[in-house]
Write a protein that binds this ligand. Sequence first.
Ligand code: ADP
Length: 488
Amino acid sequence: MISDFISGNVRIEAFHSFTYFLGTSSGELLRRFIELIFYLIIIYMIFSEFRKNSKSEYKYLIVGFFALLGRQLFMCSILFGKIFGVINFNRFAVVILLIDQFLETLALLLLVAAFIFPAFKHIKLKFQKIVLLSFYSIALIVFSTYILYKAGYLGENSQILFLNIIQIAVLVAPYFFLWKGRPHNIKYLKSIMLALFIYLLIPLISLISLSIFGYLDPRLMVIQHPLPFISILILMRSVYLTLVDKAFLRTELEKSKESLEHERELSKLKDHFISIVSHELRTPITSIKLYLSLLKQAKFGTVSSSQENAIKTVINEVNRLSDLIDNLLTITKIEAHKLVLEKSDFNIKELADELYIGIADNKGIRVYNKLKSFIVHADRNRLKQVYINLMSNAIKFSQKGGSITLASGRKGNEWYFSVKDAGIGISKDEIPLLFDKFYQVDNTLERKNQGIGLGLAIVKHIVELHKGRVEVKSNLGKGSEFIVWIPI
Ligand code: ADP
């Protein structure tokens, strides 16, 4: 006994009796019944996923596993009847075999279609047509073999041979088809291919047995019994993992949706807050500006030259503040997609008012106003804001003794206006980044000059609303030129 065990005889014997048992009707009933339970579980799993996400591949999977389930239900009731002697189906053996094989082949076709479908999503309709065509062809061939068998032209074995060849074709097809599709879209491709290969061994063994011996050799058939089990288990594993992946992704998506919604709410609140505060700040600033100009005009008594200088500085600072508030209000409007243009006809010369020329003058920067006079159709206030942002940058980034040139003109079907300075300039790598919100070139002079990095983002947006573009020419250390081009 011990020597038997050592030599492995016990295990071999147990294996033999087990495979022998699987070959008997009771063994077959047990095998098919277990498969049936598997199918029920997997159909339940896919169906609950399908209800949340009705994808075509799930439809194929459900119908495919249903066909397998139907086949096993059918065969289990036949075997049950046979084993317990309820009804004798011997007379219908051939038809039963045919139905069994037919359902199995159809199920395989649908399962193969479901598993390789992701690789052919881009040609969904063509793919569906091919599957449907194969479905009808299989039905037709099976039916024809039966008719031929009945008419006596085909023996029982040749009929099985035919059915095996169809199954082999169905199982080999994906290996060829995947060349034409996008296999990288299929998850767990290797497992699926392995499972299909194992299933392929079943008709292959029958085919070999029939062609070599002329009959189904029981020794070869023994090898077949566990194969559907193994193959279906591997397929189930891939389906299960795909479903788990999907469920995981869905919860992640839900989570990010929630946080996005939360962030949107916060951002709305922030915009609302900025807009209210900016409006509130505007009113006092308007009256400060008014009183400052009255003071400057000596409406409240004579102003000494040092007082006048102080008033000028305060006016400049108040203007900076009001530009900042304007920019904040504009950016919140842009973010909320609420910025609409109010276009009218006006002379481009009107853009350059004396205020900023005065500010430049105070800083010791000469301004050359070369603006040509012509009428444009645009949003005057918004373009004024563009001018103010470009001009205040030009002033900010120029040193005492520098110069700024304002120019305008028409070229082809565009008109332009430009602000050119002889200031610190911008390096080539920084130019594409200038128009990003809150972007500031990191240099010490600029930090000294402050700013919040909104000016150019607003310029770009306003110009783009006019269907125009902003061109930047700059040389580090030599100066920059911002040219706004707008179609006529
Ligand atoms: P800011 O409020 O910082 O001026 P902008 O969006 O107007 O914001 O400008 C972004 C950055 O682009 C500035 O911080 C500066 O580094 C650079 N920049 C803009 N205009 C000029 C210029 N005329 N000369 C040199 N650098 C400039």
